[in-house]
Ligand binder design. Sequence first.
Ligand code: UDP
Ligand code: MG
Length: 316
Amino acid sequence: MKLSVVIPLFNEEAVIGTTHATVMETLAGLLGKGLIDDYEIVFVDDGSHDRSLEILRKLAGESSKVKVISFSRNFGHQRALAAGILHSSGDAVVSLDADLQDPPELIGEMLEKLRQGNDIVYAVRRERKKDTVFKRLTARFFYRLMRSMGVDLIYDHADYRLISKKVVAAFRRIGETNIFLRGIFPYLGFNHEIVYYERQERFAGATKYPLRKMLAFAWEGITSFSNVPLRLASLAGLTIFVTSLCLVSWAFYEKFAGRTIPGWTSTVIPIFFIGGLNILFLGLIGEYIGKIYLEVKRRPLFLVKETHNLGEPPRG
Ligand code: UDP
Ligand code: MG
């Protein structure tokens, strides 16, 4: 049983050393208990411009079990995670943040759940005491919003999860450019289990998720998994169309009743209103067309958990 530990990082020179040491300690413990018999650590440098890569090179030089993937520029946390998972060779893959906010001590418990026959183990934050009030509120709003749009998410689960080789193979078939992992793993299915943990404080350095990235992330999640915004647009369009039909009949009625005076306001306001609305919705539709363009690789039709007496596994 080989465990791959995937750690994405962006400008984390202040934390890499400690993180590496802590993870190594945990792995040594797991080896000692016989829970694993081999491991690798896959660091994904997401285009850092501090000394991160330099430190990683050194770690890789010291041990062949440390693998490093370094991006040409900052592609974002989700893609860094995806790269690490896709390049891992373990029988199970665990992903965690570089700042030790996800305590590595939990890996043992997660492996236990995997052994009990689960293919995905999600680590969920029990409390967010250590997060800022702002982060807590925006996070809660985010999960609620996603839920209301019909996106299947594990509440308060970030990207700390353990997956089996089987799930990695399934993930490999998701050829999406707009990748939102928190939605993809529940989408993949398989037996899953949840373990709870206390979210730790980032022990050094500052967050690499400013508001701008958080908003981009939330938008990615919504537009990758939900067509509710698009449906809202068509709903609003329909409502306005029906209303305008009523207004047209009313205008005709008034005209034939001989009560109209030449009106400027009633002519100009609809032009602005409908024009503006048109552009807004065109933009929204354009957003999705952009996605369609990037998604031509298409998701698989189905994913198989296991087969019996079938020979060649079916491919959806
Ligand atoms: N990260 C990354 N690329 C980015 C932003 C963040 O690889 O563009 C990494 C970061 O180094 C860390 C993890 O993603 O290992 C989570 O980021 P951070 O801890 O800054 O987010 P927070 O915990 O504040 O939400
Ligand atoms: Mg963090």
